[in-house]
Design a protein. Structure first.
Length: 376
């Protein structure tokens, strides 16, 4: 698709240059040559002008690569793109033109022609104008493509996030989940453990309420996200009993940090569904979060490998959506890895610190580390 796009642009450019070449050829033959008492044939003017203007068709890929490489660089990149390269391209064009004119017309000696074409010809200035028209045109085209690509990515991300939220809500509101929860509540009541029954009901209410509220926000405070995760884990703890333990290592000063909603719940759910639920052993989920300079570092891990030590790969949808969500919001300024280790499954996240006063600031830029997303 990309090759077809640029092939179409080159075809349009070739057609435009051909029209210009033929126009200039006829103009010289019928207007300029008679006025200057010159008698160059039309059969010379047409091939020469086709070469002269189609030279820019051959130079366009070079200009395109230069724009892609130097447009966003520092001052030296601008100097190369808008000073050094145009001088080289224009000088080469005029030298080739002088050699052709000398070889076919013997009009002047080649040294004089080169000197005149480069330093005393208006065509050198025309060449500079053509160069900048092509460079600016490529720049505008690339900017439009980038904007369209970002719009498409945003639309895809919104669609995937909406699907993911529906999937999570469906899983949370699944009839079997509701039935098992109510069955747990009734069992607790029969055992006269009313306090635990009330706790389950409160966690269910809190879970449903926060799922509805957070689904409309672009960012939520880390403390609010952890409250949502804890409600989810409390329900799972009652269902799994002693098979599930949760450990927290959360620094107090991260509660106000803003993060994307539903960032942690898929990671925790992944550990339960594909680790603890499928393991015969007791499971532990550890959630840690801390500040490190201007970054928030989060770690979610479990001690289970699932299926008696055999890793469960699954489709990876939930983890991929988390990765795409981070990519859209933070570009390359984040780290997200999910990998199986000998001790269990580990998720690591590192994102810029964003609070209400600086949520639009991204001060640190880090290359994304390789990710091995294997289980979900």
């Amino acid at each position: 698709m990309k090759n077809e796009y640029y092939t179409r642009l080159l075809a349009i450019e070739a057609a435009a240059l051909t029209v210009i070449a033929l126009t200039v050829a006829f103009q010289h033959y019928f207007v300029f040559d008679p006025g200057a008492n010159q008698n160059f044939s039309l059969l010379w003017h047409i091939p020469f002008n086709l070469f002269y203007w189609h030279y820019w068709l051959l130079a366009t890929p070079l200009i395109f690569k230069a724009v892609k490489r130097f447009e966003n660089k520092a001052i030296y990149g601008k100097a190369v793109l808008y000073f050094l390269l145009p001088l080289v391209v224009v000088a080469l064009h005029q030298v080739l033109s002088a050699v052709i004119i000398y070889g076919f017309l013997d009009f002047l000696d080649v040294e004089t022609l080169v000197y005149k074409r480069i330093f005393r010809s208006q065509w050198a200035w025309v060449d500079l104008v053509v160069y900048f028209v092509i460079a600016v045109g490529i720049n505008i085209t690339e900017s439009q493509k980038k904007y369209q690509s970002e719009e498409i990515e945003l639309w895809k991300l919104k669609s995937e996030l909406a699907a993911a939220r529906l999937k999570r809500l469906k899983n949370q509101f699944h009839p079997h989940f509701v039935f098992n929860t109510f069955n747990t509540i009734s069992t607790l009541i029969l055992k006269r453990e009313k306090e635990k029954a009330v706790e389950v009901i409160e966690n269910m209410r809190s879970l449903f309420k926060k799922a509805a509220e957070e689904g409309t926000n672009k960012f939520v405070a880390f403390g609010e996200e952890m409250s949502f995760v804890k409600s989810y884990l409390q329900i799972e703890k009652i269902r799994l009993g002693k098979r599930l333990e949760v450990e927290y290592e959360i620094d107090k000063d991260v509660s106000s940090v803003l993060i994307p909603p539903f960032l942690l719940q898929p990671l925790v759910e992944n550990s339960i569904r594909h680790g603890i639920s499928k393991s015969g052993d007791d499971g532990v989920i550890r959630i840690s979060a801390k500040r490190n300079n201007n970054r928030l570092e989060i770690r979610v891990e479990d001690n289970c490998q699932g299926n008696n030590g055999v890793q469960t790969k699954g489709s990876g949808v939930g983890l991929k959506i988390v990765d795409r969500q981070l990519s859209y919001i933070f570009k390359d300024d984040y780290v997200f890895s999910a990998e199986q280790t000998q001790k269990g499954f580990v998720n690591r996240l590192s994102i810029p610190i964003i609070e209400k006063k600086n949520r639009n600031e991204n001060k640190n830029r880090h290359d994304r580390e390789p990710k091995s997303i294997a289980r979900d």
